[in-house]
Write a protein that binds this ligand. Structure first.
Ligand code: CTP
Ligand code: CA
Length: 227
């Protein structure tokens, strides 16, 4: 039985989680993406389910198995992800944006495979900004709703994290230092610094993504209880 060993802090709550690296299509056989494995988001979805929540996991392609008893919504691009999140957020109590969202997408996606043009030794790819999903969510967020972001930084973790938290109207940000090769994007372990709107920060030890996900879920439950 689920939850025997986990405090049921999220019973009756609907939690939306995003995971994986979005894919931005160039043509039918090519796309731009990033190194995200999806492990952090899947761990959050699993932890939220174990805490008794009704969980929807909106996921870019990963190599991971779907967590048990979670509704899975597969997406590819940032545009897909944006639509999927905005359609479900109004019914959610909390959103955890663990997806590694592309910041830019090809200005045009070719219908047919792009050919090597003869006599041309370079190919210039024009990209345009993707929508910032957390900013879109901030515009429709209700006072009872909790939003959580992740921030990947290679420098000035706290200062950049605090700016992101404020600009996206988040209740909590989990910032991690992706310049370190021992944690983050692809591994099983992570270390994050939780940043709160009042400036309080709390660094977790380096531990499994499962343990970090449980700590994050505990915080979400507390934030919901405090609203
Ligand atoms: N995010 C989002 N929409 C985007 C890009 C990012 O909702 N178009 C979310 C991510 O899922 C994450 C948070 O915003 O929860 C921070 O992502 P990050 O890439 O660290 O920050 P950006 O705002 O994209 O800024 P930059 O990459 O320039 O540091
Ligand atoms: Ca980004």
């Amino acid at each position: 039985q689920l939850g025997v060993f986990t405090p049921q802090t999220l019973v009756g709550r609907r939690i939306l989680v995003t995971a994986g690296g979005t894919r931005e299509r160039l043509d039918p056989v090519r796309f731009l993406t990033n190194d995200s494995s999806g492990k952090m988001g899947y761990a959050v979805a699993t932890a939220a389910r174990e805490a008794g929540a009704e969980v929807t996991l909106i996921t870019a392609p990963t190599k991971l198995a779907a967590p048990a008893s979670v509704t899975v919504v597969p997406i590819q691009s940032t545009t897909d992800l944006s639509q999927a999140v905005l359609a479900r957020f109004p019914q959610a109590d909390a959103l955890v944006m663990a997806a590694a969202v592309a910041d830019f997408q090809p200005e045009v996606t070719a219908d047919q495979k792009i050919k090597k043009t003869t006599g041309n030794d370079e190919f210039i790819l024009k990209l345009k900004k993707t929508p910032d999903i957390l900013k879109q969510v901030a515009a429709i967020k209700q006072p009872h709703q909790v939003t959580v972001g992740f921030a990947a930084e290679t420098q000035n973790l706290l200062a950049n994290g605090q700016k992101k938290l404020a600009s996206k109207s988040l209740d909590l940000l989990a910032a991690n230092d992706v310049s370190r090769s021992d944690i983050g994007f692809n591994g099983d372990d992570n270390q994050v610094t939780f940043i709160l709107p009042d400036g309080v920060t709390d660094q977790t030890p380096k531990t499994s993504k499962t343990v970090i996900a449980r700590a994050l879920v505990d915080r979400v439950a507390q934030l919901l209880a405090d609203k």
